[in-house]
Design a protein around this ligand. Structure first.
Ligand code: NDP
Length: 272
């Protein structure tokens, strides 16, 4: 019997997750299917219950349901509690739902894949939404010298910094508070989606610095287009997507897929 998995979102049609998990499954010889499922904006919990009743074993969850998924879980991982979001659902014993989040580990694994150093480095994170909240714990675990979070709405960055202050040296503030140079600058805002660039100082990047945009697409984001001529090495969020998927796959199947070939395949599918 084939085990069923899916990704829930709204919209969901353009999701790359079925392609990624299809590759992981064939590579590791797992008898499973993985589909994209459109859930109604107000009806995520019902969609998940119907999926379980139909033999579903687990799911990924994307915009706008990561908070709904967090709310419906019977048990949560430590990192999901910290992130207050769930992107991976697992059906456990007695049909109970376990929730975890793999976005943060996805980012850190992608940085490691590209040999971006974190220990002792100064990191700037722009944005204070769900994605940023999810990456702070694994990022701080790599022991950067400092993480600075800045956001258009300064209070959200300040609150996030407070919430994670027990894990390392972390500061929060408004965009205008950016001071000094950074070894890694992560754009975790959704500004790139609308082709916008938050106002940033010209001298942001230290020598040899990296610029990382969590967004990916068929061309460099506005942030990466800005960062390149200012001397930064550039990375988009495609690798993060693949690595978070690999961690979800491992949670479901207890098998770790190889990601390099899937990165290449995905890049080809985007023609970039
Ligand atoms: P949220 O809606 O939770 O947060 C959006 C953030 O962007 C807020 O901090 C918001 O600031 C800021 N923002 C939006 N527009 C602007 C603007 N014009 N100028 C400055 N700041 C702006 O989104 P998520 O955290 O869920 O997602 C953020 C990004 O991360 C998206 O691009 C998403 O695609 C990407 N992502 C990538 C993943 C991957 O695997 N590669 C996984 C998850 C997310 P304010 O608080 O002031 O409104």
């Amino acid at each position: 019997m084939t085990d069923r998995y899916c990704v829930f979102g709204n919209p969901i049609k353009h999701s790359k997750s079925p392609l990624i998990h299809g590759e992981f499954a064939s590579q590791t010889h797992q008898a499973m299917s993985y589909t994209a499922e459109l859930a109604p904006v107000e009806g995520f919990a019902d969609a998940w219950r119907a999926f379980i009743a139909d033999g579903g074993r687990g799911a990924n969850v994307t915009v706008p349901f990561k908070g709904d998924a967090f709310a419906l879980c019977d048990t949560l991982s430590h990192r999901a509690k910290r992130a207050q979001a769930v992107n991976t659902l697992i059906v456990g014993g007695n049909g109970r739902t376990y929730g975890d989040t793999t976005d943060g580990i996805g980012l850190v694994r992608d940085l490691a894949y590209h040999r971006v150093p974190l220990a002792g480095k100064r990191v700037l994170v722009i944005g204070a939404g769900g994605a940023v909240r999810g990456v702070l714990e694994p990022l701080l675990a790599e022991q950067p010298s400092e993480v600075v979070i800045v956001n258009r709405t300064a209070e959200k960055a300040e609150q996030l910094a407070q919430a994670f202050a027990d894990l390392g040296n972390i500061q929060g503030g408004g965009l205008a508070s950016i001071d000094g140079q950074f070894d890694l600058v992560i754009n975790g805002t959704s500004a790139s989606l609308s082709g916008e660039l938050p106002p940033l100082p010209e001298t942001l990047f230290a020598k040899g610095a990296w610029a990382y945009d969590m967004m990916y697409g068929s061309e460099p984001t506005v942030f990466l287009q800005w960062a390149g001529p200012r001397g930064a090495k550039l990375l988009d969020g495609l690798g993060m997507l693949v690595e978070q998927a690999a961690e979800s796959f491992f949670l479901w199947r207890n098998v770790r897929p190889e990601t390099a070939s899937v990165r290449t395949l995905l890049r080809q599918s985007l023609n970039y």
